[in-house]
Design a protein around this ligand. Structure first.
Ligand code: HEM
Length: 341
C-alpha cells in the first residue's frame, strides 16, 4: 500500500526497456499520465455513468439474456459478452470507430503480448507479439481501453464463478434483484442510479470478489529512495512487484480464504480504497474505472438473477499475470417455470 502510494514511477523490467526503448510512451508515461487519467475519467467517471452509461450497460447486457418465446434455455460466455460490451462502450469512443477486424486484431495482439512477451522472440516478423510492439506507439490512446477490457470481464467471470459455487449467495442475490424488479412494477426499461446503489448485497458480493481474487495481482514501482516494506528494505532504483497480501491477512479479515460477502455487512460498500483494501491500487495511479467496472458487474448480476442459471462445469480460473479462464465462462440460463406458459 505504502509503495503504491509513494511513487508514480511505474516499474518495468530491463527486458521491457530493451524491447520498447527507453523513450517509448509505453515506459515514459509520466508526462502523459494526467492526460490519460482525464481522458478516461471523462468517459467512465460518475457523472457520465449516472446519466448515460448505466442505461447503455443495462440495454447492451440485456441483449445476451433475450430468448425466443419458445426457447426455455440458452447459453453464452459471460466474459466474452462483457469484453464485447466494453469494446462498444469504451474502445470505440476512445479510439474512434474501428473496423471490427481491427478491434479483434488489437485484442489478439494484446492477449499474445501479455502471455508471451517473456517467452517469445519479439523480433520474429509476423508474430502477434511483434505486431503489438509495433502498435504500441498508440499506447496513450489504447491504455484505458486495454485496462478496461482486461480487468472487468475477468472480474465479472470470477464473480459469476464464485456465486455459482455458493448457492446461499446466489439465493440472496435473487431475493435482492426480485425485490428491485417488483418495485419497478411495469417500468422495467432500465435501472436508475438509485436502484443500482440500493443493491446492498450485490455490492457486498462484488466487494468480496475483488478482495478474494485480487484481480490485478501486482503493481510495479521503482522507489526513488530506499523504502521499507514489511520489515525489508527495497533499495532505491530497484524494481518492486507488490501483491495485495493485506486482503488475506488474518488480523484484518476473519477466515480470509473463505469467500464470504456477509463480512461486509454494515461496512462502507462504495469506497474503493482503505488501508486494508486495495483492489484498485492506491495513490496517484488509483484506478479511474472502478465505479464503471462495478456497475457492469452489478447490472450483469441483475439480469442473471432473473433466471435459473448454472455455470459450465468446465469453467476453471487460472491466476497468471491476470485471472484467466482457459475454457471460457459459459452460463446457461433457463426461464422460470412460471415464465414458460
Ligand atoms: C474490476 C476491474 C478493475 C480492476 C480490478 C482494476 C485495477 C486497477 C489497479 C490495481 C490499478 C493501479 C495500477 C498501478 O497503480 O500500477 C488500475 C489503474 C488504472 N485503471 Fe483500473 N481496474 C479495473 C477496471 C478499470 C476500467 C473499467 C478502466 C477504464 C475504463 C480502468 C482504467 C484504469 C486506468 C486508466 C488506470 C491507470 C491510472 C493511472 O495510471 O493513473 N480500470 N486499475
Amino acid at each position: 500500500m505504502e509503495m503504491a502510494k509513494s511513487s508514480t514511477q511505474l516499474g518495468a523490467t530491463e527486458s521491457l526497456r530493451r524491447l520498447f526503448g527507453e523513450n517509448s510512451d509505453f515506459l515514459q508515461r509520466k508526462e502523459i499520465h494526467k492526460y490519460v487519467r482525464n481522458l478516461t475519467s471523462r468517459f467512465v467517471g460518475p457523472e457520465n455513468l449516472k446519466t448515460n452509461l448505466i442505461q447503455d450497460i443495462y440495454v447492451l447486457s440485456r441483449n445476451y439474456f433475450e430468448m425466443d418465446d419458445k426457447a426455455i434455455s440458452s447459453s453464452f460466455d459471460i466474459k466474452e459478452a462483457a469484453t464485447k460490451m466494453v469494446v462498444d462502450l469504451i474502445v470505440k469512443k476512445v479510439i474512434g470507430e474501428m473496423e471490427s477486424e481491427a478491434v479483434r486484431e488489437l485484442g489478439l495482439c494484446w492477449t499474445a503480448f501479455r502471455t508471451n512477451w517473456f517467452s517469445f522472440s519479439y523480433s520474429v516478423l509476423g508474430t502477434t507479439v511483434y505486431r503489438f510492439v509495433k502498435m504500441v506507439r498508440l499506447w496513450t490512446l489504447i491504455e484505458p481501453s486495454i485496462l478496461s477490457q482486461e480487468t472487468t470481464p475477468g472480474i465479472l467471470a470470477a464473480t459469476v464463478k464464485l456465486v455459482a459455487d455458493h448457492p446461499d449467495v446466489m439465493e440472496e442475490l435473487k431475493r435482492e434483484h426480485d425485490a428491485v424488479i417488483e418495485n419497478q412494477g411495469d417500468n422495467q426499461a432500465g435501472l436508475t442510479w438509485e436502484e443500482y446503489k440500493s443493491m446492498t448485497f450485490t455490492h457486498m458480493v462484488i466487494k468480496e470478489t475483488l478482495r478474494f481474487t485480487s484481480a490485478q495481482p501486482t503493481v510495479h514501482r521503482i522507489p526513488t529512495e530506499d523504502a521499507q516494506v514489511g520489515g525489508y528494505t527495497v533499495p532505491a532504483g530497484w524494481l518492486f512487484f507488490g501483491i495485495p497480501l493485506v486482503h488475506f491477512d488474518e488480523e484484518k479479515y476473519e477466515d480470509p480464504l473463505k469467500f464470504n460477502p456477509w463480512r461486509w455487512k454494515g461496512k462502507d460498500l462504495h469506497g474503493t480504497l482503505s488501508k486494508d483494501y486495495i483492489p484498485f491500487g492506491a495513490g496517484a495511479t488509483l484506478c479511474v474505472g472502478s465505479e464503471f467496472a462495478k456497475c457492469i458487474i452489478a447490472v450483469f448480476l441483475h439480469h442473471l438473477s432473473r433466471f435459473r442459471w448454472s455455470l459450465d462445469p468446465k469453467t476453471r480460473v487460472l491466476r497468471r499475470y491476470m485471472l484467466m479462464f482457459p475454457a471460457g465462462c459459459r452460463v446457461e440460463i433457463a426461464k422460470e417455470l412460471s415464465d414458460q406458459s
